[in-house]
Design a protein around this ligand. Sequence first.
Ligand SMILES: [Zn+2]
Ligand SMILES: [Zn+2]
Length: 539
Amino acid sequence: MRPRFLIATALAIVATATASMQQLPPGYVDPGPVIAAAAKAIGTDNLKCVTVSGTRGYTGAVGQQRFADVGVDWPRIPFTRYSRTMNWDAGTMKEEIDRKPGQNPASWKFGLGWIGGTPVQKNERQTFYVNGKFGWSHDGAGAPAVAARPEDAERWLLDLWVSNPHGFLKAARLPGANPKASWRWELGEMGRDGPTAIPERVTVVSITVLGKYQVDATINKDNIVQRIHTNVHDPAFGDTNYEHENTNTAYGSKYVDAGNGIRFPLTWHHHEGWDDNYASQYVNGGHNALDGFMDTVQANVCPDAAAVPANVQQAAFPVRVETTKLADGVYLLGGASHNSVAVEFREWIAVIEAPLDEKRNLAVIEEIVKLIPNKPIRYVVNTHQHGDHIGGLRTYMHIGATIVTHYKNYVFYNNDILNYRPRTLEPDLVSLMPPTELAEGYYWERVTENYMLTDGKRIMHISYVHPLEHVEGMLMAYLPNERIVVEADLLDTHEGLPSAPTVMNRALFNQVQRLRHDVATIVPIHGKPIPWSDFAKLF
Ligand SMILES: [Zn+2]
Ligand SMILES: [Zn+2]
């Protein structure tokens, strides 16, 4: 009898263990107590709204170019004052950023990219609002409201919930959040925290925000939210790392006591793109996108939310393609902040520039095949690697075009842009129906100095524009028979000509002189074509 009794007990214990495992699989823990302890530690339930402000920090020009020799940052644009008011009950946020005018598009704060196409910032203070699904901005006090595109407004609203621990902990308890939790051992960051001998056990809580974004937060043994991470959509990168750190920043980790049990982090550190410090072979793909120290935190003084201006409520962002014939078989596809140019050859078509996003490029491609029927688009010429100029490269790859780009862009594109990585937030054609050539890799032409596309009659001379402070790996195109030069960012005409030549203008002027191009017309990617003689007057 004795042995049989022992076996029965052992079976009972196994059965109990199996039953509890069915509720919570191995590796997972109950998120409820973790969220409750984290909220209690910083007084989240007592906080309705907050205003934070500071005078030290920068915004990162996400989608521009960081150079291999200056680390992993996006170019830093310092601010002299930053302030943000967040009201979670109302679903509103207001940000003010004081920066030197002339450095940004007026409707842009940080990430993703320079896509808006609005004029350059004219006043020191830019104000950004989000109220529900609407977002808008003002360039200076009293300036008219500029509506944010719906995708930007959604990302700003997302920031209300994922840019700070209180937002995350409130979102974690909203209907539909569906929290899950796991744990891991975490080591400090190499090179910053020094050698860490004993990793710390942390809990990671994952939730759904705005019914769409998978957001996770790392919570340490003191119940403090260290890091909040999610992905957002970027037309060039697809699902893009988007994370906030409230501890371990350049300004040290510090929470301030804001009264009534409320604690708020004084440091803000925001990433767009992965931190590949120690693994990067890439020419581009930056990282730090906002960093600052907040001197003051004011809890529960909740100003009335700004009403959504009528022009913002009514704003629409249709994809418009306006065609201008520049010469026989040469067409400008305009109607947006960025142009493309189609050039007809005997058996095929070459397109210069695939900017913005897939929607834009599919509309342009449809227009091109109407203008020039029964010929394939054989080549797409990419001027440079800024995010707003490459959002359609995958689209052209998908329709079977060969990408002509400067060789310095190749590793970056091959790793970060033209890849099989799933795009979950906004799948594009390559991710939905990936062509086999993507793995085979023969759809590239890499330019070093000069490259010709020709059918024996028409010629497109593509040349490398030597290192520029704005961007490295820049190409421009010249059609000698038509005396047309097509260029991006070297001369923009959408805001008229400058009063004196810029560094970029000079680069264009010198390039044309050096290569002895006989140019009659400049066709910019930004703005309308102008006669060379108008431009030459600047020199
Ligand atoms: Zn650019
Ligand atoms: Zn540009």
